[in-house]
Design a protein around this ligand. Structure first.
Ligand code: KG4
Ligand code: ZN
Length: 343
């Protein structure tokens, strides 16, 4: 099953050709960071307009680069949930129109399931470490969600823990904004933290009970807000890298602590780290180091498969279509963040 896939749930327009083995023939994205930067966050209207501008050009490029013609594509897949309505609508309408014109099947998939299966993609630069052989404990951390899942099988996922307030990426983005680093913040905090001292500023880590796999980042955010407002601009500039290192450390250590607890509780010794925040160099390093030390298999997709991309959406679609799952032309976007609607 080879599919053409679209991902337009937020501010990245991404199109890919991928097959059921996870082989990505081509993947292209148009990022909109510049367009939203001066507003300090994603502006939904601008995101939708930019998706409309880029999606067909990207599709044209992706099809050419894939070496396959549209006739050789078996199905069309798109993210239809969760996300910004106007953004999702562009991918959904493009996919349905193509499906109708080409007389191909169409399927809407959940963005989160895409992140969970991203480690099973491959291209000419990256071979996945192993084929899909559940079970896995997956830490999915991005701008919109922070959850720990138990992947029991394909389509059989269990939420072990989730955030009670902000997502990890959201906390990093808000901190970056407070610290004057601009938008999008996560990668900038990561870069600044590289030359910072993690022990100069120690931020609170919300444990939420010894046995809990839930997260909370709102206290951490308020602590940062209080500290930053108490600092003079010169002081903030002098200590910016240390502040970033301290804040990032608090986020990353909580993520690691909960991941370790999930492995302990489930006795599943294969771990997936996925979602935009799994691009974070400190998180990747700590999880990798722990995996080596404890002999736990750690699967972390390369950066292009960690952040929002159409290849992961295509993989989910290819697998689901192979099992006979299809949408009809009434497929529509849904903004609902129901972490169980793909299980
Ligand atoms: O998965 P993703 O691309 O979109 C959502 O589904 O939300 O994740 C975006 C999030 C943003 O919050 C961004 O700041 C964060 O991932 N992010 C990072 C890094 N790169 C992206 N956070 C920490 N370190 C990074 N290097
Ligand atoms: Zn995402």
């Amino acid at each position: 099953m080879r599919v053409l896939a679209f991902e337009t749930s937020c501010d990245d327009t991404s199109v890919a050709v991928v097959d059921g083995t996870g082989t990505v023939s081509s993947l292209r994205a148009a990022h909109q960071d510049q367009a939203h930067a001066r507003y300090g966050g994603v502006v939904p209207e601008i995101a939708s307009r930019n998706h409309t501008q880029h999606i067909l050009q990207l599709m044209d490029q992706v099809i050419k680069e894939s070496g396959f013609s549209l006739e050789q594509i078996d199905g069309i897949v798109t993210t239809n949930r969760p996300g910004l309505m106007g953004s999702l609508m562009v991918g959904v309408m493009t996919a349905k129109t193509l499906a109708l014109a080409l007389q191909k099947p169409v399927l809407g998939v959940n963005h989160l399931e895409g992140h969970l299966l991203a480690p099973f993609l491959r291209d000419s630069y990256y071979q996945q470490i192993e084929d899909f052989k559940p079970q896995y404990v997956a830490l999915a951390v991005s701008g919109g969600h922070s959850s720990i899942y138990l992947i029991e099988d394909f389509k059989k996922y269990r939420v072990l823990g989730k955030t009670r307030d902000d997502a990890a990426g959201e906390a990093l983005d808000k901190f970056a904004k407070m610290a004057g680093l601009g938008f999008p913040g996560g990668a900038r905090v990561d870069r600044a933290a590289l030359s910072g001292d993690t022990t100069k500023f120690v931020f609170p880590r919300a444990v939420l009970g010894e046995d809990s796999l839930d997260f909370s980042f709102s206290g951490l955010k308020s602590a940062a807000q209080r500290l930053i407002s108490s600092m003079a601009p010169e002081e903030l500039a002098t200590h910016l890298n240390d502040l970033c290192a301290g804040f990032q450390e608090a986020v990353v250590q909580v993520l690691l602590m909960k991941l370790k607890l999930a492995v302990e509780k489930t006795a599943v010794r294969k771990v997936i780290l996925t979602g935009g925040v799994s691009s974070n160099s400190r998180l990747r390093a700590l999880v990798t180091e722990w995996g080596v030390k404890e002999k736990i298999l750690v699967l972390i997709p390369p950066l292009r498969f960690c952040t929002d991309n159409a290849a992961m959406i295509g993989l989910v679609g290819a697998w689901r279509m192979s099992l006979g799952e299809f949408s009809d032309l009434s497929l529509s976007p849904s903004p609902e963040v129901d972490p169980t609607d793909f299980m």
